[in-house]
Ligand binder design. Structure first.
Ligand code: ADP
Length: 446
């Protein structure tokens, strides 16, 4: 705390002096013109009240901490407890005003925050001026007060003009915003209409697509069904022709008939695959749920795959399922899915092994993993191999038979069983297909 000024308030002219000193001190501690008038007016109001109560001693100082101008007016006589109009007016002009009563006297403390700690040299100069100059006469102070009043009135007029201008600007801006809002609303409405129309078109197209897909499935189902009978006949007849019981054929004829027989067989495989796929797509495959004997199912797979055979140097391992793993599903469809994956594994593996592992997947799921050490699938084709008829071109692929329908069919079947198939593969190192199924399907009515 730095003391700036002490003065006494005993007679009427002291009030004018206090007012003048207040303004000077306020200026010296760095308050602007308006704040100087505020401090002077507050002191003038309080000074008059304290003079009526017998006079007061005044101390003005600067507080550091948050910098502030603090003024203390210690009354000689008692002050009324209740707030007076003078105190209320003064309180509005400063940041804080407090009155403490003790021993028949009162201390009024008021403070105003300062923008920064004042320069000590300015305070010293002020102290020196105060010590050497005589306060102005009441007339001078009145003149100064008038000047402040005129300045304050000017300020009020300026502010009112500013306000009028701001109001006009605000009104203009509001109108602009309203226009913009209107435009945006109109645009939004138009966009919405467009989106609605687009959705309607999309719905239309979806319906058309669904109809086209259903027509395709129906066509495939019908045509494959129709083709099966003549194909079976061709296969049977060509086998009969080469049979020992028939008339012997020339070597050339045997070759040609064998060719007919093999071609018809390949065609039958394709037709059967197409028929299966069309059925699955058309939703005609209703699973028959039953508790699956995994040991039996995997045993049957072992038998079927052994009949197909693997290349020399490739081992087919079908691991026993974990004991007590209960799975409810459609045995025929699940067997078909696993057969397709194992057949692929065997087809596309030249050395190493193809392994099927069955395991629990959390409390409600089961996984069947078919992992091979074969040629693998490039990352950019791992999605495409599930598309109808998609086959990867390559040296090994050219030597094996296939329709490109095995994986799409397997994925559809897994879907019908309430699960799905994923693949992970590294080109040249092998592939792992994982079938995930619920242990007990939600669709099971029993
Ligand atoms: P395909 O009758 O040709 O086997 P799929 O739909 O079963 O038809 O498989 C599509 C293609 O995916 C295959 O032609 C092959 O290129 C690739 N593929 C499938 N399984 C494997 C695998 N285990 N290893 C490498 N490539 C595979």
């Amino acid at each position: 705390m730095t003391e700036v000024l002490r003065s006494a308030l005993r007679v009427e002219p002291d009030v004018f002096a206090l007012r003048q000193r207040g303004r000077e001190v306020a200026a010296a501690v760095g308050l602007d013109g308006q704040d100087q008038v505020r401090i002077a007016t507050a002191l003038s109001e309080l000074g008059r009240e304290l003079l009526a109560a017998g006079g007061a001693d005044v101390l003005m100082s600067v507080l550091d901490g948050p910098p502030a101008l603090a003024i203390e007016l210690r009354s000689i006589g008692p002050l009324p407890d209740a707030a007076t109009p003078a105190r209320a007016a003064a309180a509005r002009l400063v940041d804080t005003l407090a009155v403490a009563h003790a021993d028949g006297a009162a201390v009024v403390r008021l403070a105003r925050r300062l923008p920064a700690l004042p320069d000590p040299a300015a305070l010293a100069a002020l102290r020196a001026t105060v010590a050497t100059t005589v306060p102005a006469t009441p007339l001078d102070e009145l003149a100064a007060q008038n000047e402040s009043l005129i300045a304050a009135l000017d300020e009020v007029r300026r502010q009112r003009n500013d306000l009028t201008r701001l109001n006009a600007e605000l009104q203009e801006t509001n109108q602009g915003v309203l226009v913009l809002y209107g435009q945006l609303s109109a645009e939004l409405e138009e966009t919405n209409r467009g989106v609605v129309a687009l959705y309607a078109e999309l719905d239309d197209k979806t319906a058309q697509l669904r109809a086209a897909s259903a027509a395709k499935s129906r066509f495939l189902a019908n045509i494959s069904h129709e083709l099966r009978a003549p194909l079976t006949a061709v296969i049977g007849l060509s086998r009969m022709l080469t049979d020992h019981a028939s008339d012997p054929l020339s070597a050339d004829q045997v070759t040609q008939v064998t060719l007919i027989h093999d071609s018809a067989r390949s065609l039958l495989v394709l037709v059967n695959d197409l028929l299966d796929l069309a059925k699955a797509e058309a939703g005609h495959l209703e699973p028959t749920w039953s508790d699956i004997d995994l040991v039996l199912l995997l045993g049957q797979l072992r038998g079927t795959l052994r009949a197909i055979g693997t290349r020399p140097g490739v081992e087919l391992v079908i691991e026993d399922p974990p004991a007590g793993l209960a799975v409810r599903s459609d045995e025929a469809l699940l067997g078909q899915v696993l057969r397709n994956l194992l057949t692929n594994g065997v087809k596309f593996t030249e050395r190493g092994e193809v392994r099927l592992i069955c395991a629990a997947d959390g409390p409600d799921g089961v996984t069947f993993t078919v992992a091979d050490t074969g040629i693998g699938i490039p990352a950019d084709q791992q999605d495409r191999i599930f598309e109808d008829f998609y086959q990867i071109r390559g040296e090994l692929q050219a030597t094996v038979t296939g329709t490109g329908l095995g994986l799409p069919y397997a994925r559809r079947l897994a879907g019908i069983l309430g699960g799905g198939i994923t693949v992970a593969s590294t080109s040249g190192a092998g592939s792992t297909f994982t079938v995930r199924l619920p242990r007990s399907p939600a669709a099971d009515p029993t």
